[in-house]
Design a protein around this ligand. Sequence first.
Ligand SMILES: [Zn+2]
Length: 673
Amino acid sequence: MRQKLLSRLICLALLAPGVLATAQESPQSPSAPSRADILRGEYGPWRANNDLLSYDLDIRVDPEKKFISGKNTIRFKMLKDDTRIQLDLFANLNVDKILFGSTELKYTRELGTVFVDFPAPLKKNSVQSIEFYYSGSPQETGRFGGISFRKDPAGRHWVTTACQGVGASVWWPNKDQQQDEVENMRLRVAVPSALTDVSNGRLVGKTDLGDGYTRYDWAISYPINNYCVSLNIGHYEHFGDRLGDLTMDFYCLPENLEKAKRQFAQAKPMMEAFQKYFGEYPFKRDGYKLIEVPYSGMEHQSAVAYGNRFANGYLERDWTGVGVSLKFDFIIIHESAHEWFGNSITAGDISDMWIHEGWATYAECVYVEAMFGRDDALKYVNGYKSKVRNRQPIITARGVNQTPSQDQYFKGALFLNTLRSVIDDDKEWWKLLRAYCDRFKYRNIMTEDIVAFFNQQTGKNLTPIFDQYLRRAALPALELRFQESDGSVSYRWKTDIKDFAMPVKVGRRTDWRVIQPTTEWKTMKTGMKKEEFEVATDLYYIEVVNDEDAIREVVSKYVDARERIDPKAAEELFTSDADQLVSSGEWRRGRDEVVRGAMASSRSTGGKRSITVESIRMVTPDVAIVDGRYELTGLAGGATRSMWTTLVLKRTEKGWRISAIRNMLPAAPASSR
Ligand SMILES: [Zn+2]
C-alpha cells in the first residue's frame, strides 16, 4: 500500500528529462548504473504490478554459527493480471523454497533479485500470499554493518541490523525498494534463551521453544520501510517511562543502566518538542523505543537504535563546531526526528532522500530552537555550512539506486531555513510544517509533491527556489554593485534557473529591508556605504558576490599567474579579444599574444611583482576600469620598477575577465594612501 501518489510522479519523471540530465552531466556524477543498481533501483513492471499488504517474517537466529533461517509470508494485491513478481534477497543467501499454497513456485535469481513465477496469471485486484523460505550466513557490509554478529564488552552475543542503503534483502527476503510499503508486519524472532530480541512495534508474545531457544513475537501496526525492520539481539536491560498515553521504552546493556537512565532522559523533552511542531508521534500504537547498539545509530521505526556513547554531541564531538551541539545528544534527536521525516513521510526513491535527511537535520534545528532559543538555532544551522560541498545537486537520478551526496543533510537543512526566511512569517511557517506532516503522514512521496504542497499553501511560485537548491549544484549568488557617489546599490541573482526570484533581507541588521531580486539588474538607494551594507546570510543560504571583490580577485589571480609563470591560469583570466600596450610602446593583440608576452617578460625580468588597486570605476554594469600601481622588485642588480597600470575588465558568462591592459612608466610619486 502507500503508493497512490507515485504513479503520477513517474509520469512527471518521464516528462522532465532535464531533471535527470542535470545529475548525469555533472562531472562528479557516477558512471552509468550497473545492472545491480537497476535491479535494486528501478520500479520495474514486476514490482509495479503488485501492492504490498503485509509481511510475516518468522526466523531463527543462531549467533554462534552466524546463521539465519526461516520464512517470510508476503501478502500482496495484484494491480494487473500477471504471472511474475520481483523480490530481493542477497545472492549469498539460499532460497530454500517458495510456496504458493501447497504449490512450489519456480523462480529465477539474478544478482540480488528473485523473479518469482506463478503457474497461471494472478488476477488484477486479487489478494495473494506466498511463503518465501530462506537460510544462510548473511554478510556484514555497508556503512552500518547491514547485519552484524558481535560480542558486547562482557563477551555476550550481540546481533544487530542496520541495512539502510545496503538493503534489507541483505538479511531477509522482501520487495526491496522504497515506493511500496506493507500496511503492517509481524516479526517472529527465535534466539538463544539467554538473549532477548527487541524489534519494531509491540511485543505480543514470548514463547520458550523448549530447545534452548525463545521466540519473540513483535507486531508492527503501521506501514514500515524495509530498512527500518530491525533485530536487536543481546543481553538487554529494560526500563520504561510514559508521556501521556505514549509508552517510551529503553533498552541497554546492564553495565550501562545508570548512564542510559541519565542520557535517555532527553527523549521526553525531545518528544514534546517534536510533537509540538510536527504533530503527534506517528507510531503511538507501537510505542517509542530507544535501544543500545554497537554502531552510532539508526532511525529504525518505533525502535530507534542508539550508539552515541551516552554523551552529548555526536560521538562526543561538537558536531556543527559552533558550541551548540554539546548541549544535547545528536543521535537521540536526529534519529528520532526520522520518525516523522523518513518513517512516517518516506521518499519513494532514494534519489529524493533529502526528504528524510534534509528534513531530519532541519528538525534538529527546530529542537534547538525549542530548547535553547532562536539564536542558538541560527548558530547551529549555519554551523552546517562548513560541511556543504555544492558539487552535485542534492537530488540524484531516479530509479537507479543512486544515493545522494552528504549535501542532502546539511544543504537540505540550510535550504529549509532559507525557505522559512522566504515565507518570513514564523506563525505561518510552523503552520506549514505541521500541515506538511499531516498531509503526507504514512505516505511515500517525491520532491514534486512537496513543491506542489508549498506552492498551493502559500499561493507563491516557489518551484524555481526548490529547483535551484535541490536540482542544481551551485548556490544562488546575489550580485551587488555599489555606486557610492549616489549611495545606491544594484543587485540581481546569478542562478542556473532562469526565472529564479527570491526575496532577501539586506541593509542594516537592526532594521533589515526586504528586496525582491530577480535575474535582471535592479537598483535602489540606500544612503549607505559599501562597508555598512549587510546581507542576512544567516537567514538565507546564498553566496554574495560584489563586483569589486570579484574584480580584485581577477587582478590578484593575474599577478599570481605571472609570478608562477602559469600560462594556463593566465589564459582563463582574459577575454579572447584582449590586448595590451606595454610600457615600451609595443602592442600585444589577442589573448594568446598577451599571455605569451606576459609570460616571456616574467621569465626574462624575474623579480617579484604586485598590483595595488587604487580605484575601480564601473563605466557600465558590465565594464570596469581598474587603476593600480604595478611594482616590480628584486630585478637584476636589485633594481625596482614602478608604473601605473590600467586594466579594463568585462563581465562575461564566466564572470569578470580582463580585456585590456595599459602600462605607463613611470608611476606617479608614492600613492596618496
Ligand atoms: Zn538521518
